[in-house]
Ligand binder design. Structure first.
Ligand code: NAP
Length: 272
């Protein structure tokens, strides 16, 4: 069944940080549903390769170089999309980096570069695209948060600050742009297998901790983020704005403790 309520066919969708990982997975999901997707990243070669790999027809997925740490790069990119397609229906702010170390050890430059890309870059992208959306009187913006949106993990302070800030930015923009028909939400993934995290989960202790903290047990793949992103871009979420949706295999639903863990199969009763 092709339900128009959930359709993104024909939408103009701009995705920051789509050369690999979650952004690429989301881009693929929109392209498969007949949206016109524009994928962006810092490096011309890698973003062109990604666009070519996702699309069998070069018109379907368009590559565009855009470094979100540079305001001018963002404004130029958004202007070129606006000129070519005349509108932007959905923005997905995915671009992000991380550097893990104790809070006490971050240099000023390290702190700034994480905030610049993950928070300031997302805002400048939202602002540039927001201008088009306000003018056209509709649009959906989806910001990619994290488990750190809600609660901070140790040893990644600037990342956690940026993700919490991004969530509040989503709410602030949702309130300000609601009257103009522009919706802004956060999709917060749990643990996803990508270049950003593959070293972490290759470590046995970390992987055991991840499994223990993921009720659904398995690690997410980028394509696990597609359904919720498409939903947030479609008319099915027309009255949903300023919210955060955790796509995390249950990680934020509660906490698991040792009580009764030996009796996990149905029909068995916890012994303790
Ligand atoms: P990834 O595989 O490292 O991909 C990061 C993407 O961001 C790449 O496409 C990269 O493109 C782009 N990027 C980095 N800096 C950029 C800049 N200055 N301008 C434009 N693009 C830039 O990471 P990922 O795991 O897919 O993460 C994507 C997003 O999801 C991030 O915001 C991350 O915080 C969030 N997230 C990830 C996880 C996870 O478990 N993986 C969990 C929660 C949230 P280029 O390097 O080609 O420019």
């Amino acid at each position: 069944m092709n339900d128009p309520l959930f359709s993104v066919a024909g939408q103009i969708v701009l995705i920051s940080g789509a050369s690999r990982g979650i952004g690429r997975g989301i881009a693929e999901g929109f392209a498969q549903r007949d949206a016109q997707v524009i994928v962006t990243g810092r490096n011309a070669e890698s973003i062109e390769r990604t666009a070519a790999e996702i699309s069998s027809d070069s018109k379907t997925v368009r590559p565009l170089v855009c470094d979100v740490s540079q305001g001018e790069s963002i404004r130029t990119a958004v202007e070129s999309v606006q000129q070519e397609f005349g509108r932007i229906d959905t923005l997905v702010n995915v671009a992000g980096i991380n550097l893990r170390k104790p809070a006490i050890d971050y240099t000023e430059q390290e702190y700034d570069s994480i905030i610049d890309i993950n928070l300031r870059g997302a805002f400048l992208m939202s602002q540039a695209v927001g201008r088009c959306m306000i003018e056209q009187g509709n649009g959906s913006q989806i910001n990619i948060g994290s488990l750190n949106t809600q609660r901070a993990l140790t040893n990644l302070l600037p990342y956690a600050v940026a993700k919490a800030g991004m969530d509040h930015m989503s709410r602030a923009l949702a309130v300000e742009w609601g009257p103009f028909g522009v919706r802004v939400n956060t999709l917060a993934p749990g643990f996803v297998q990508t270049d950003l995290t593959k070293k972490l989960w290759a470590d046995k202790t970390m992987e055991e901790w991840r499994v223990a903290n993921t009720p659904q047990r398995r690690i997410a793949l980028p394509e696990d983020m597609v359904g919720t992103t498409v939903f947030l871009a479609s008319d099915a979420s027309a009255y949903l704005t300023g919210q955060v949706i955790y796509v995390d295999g249950g990680a934020t639903a509660g906490r698991m403790w040792p009580l009764g863990n030996e009796a996990v199969s149905p029909g068995k009763t916890a012994k303790k």
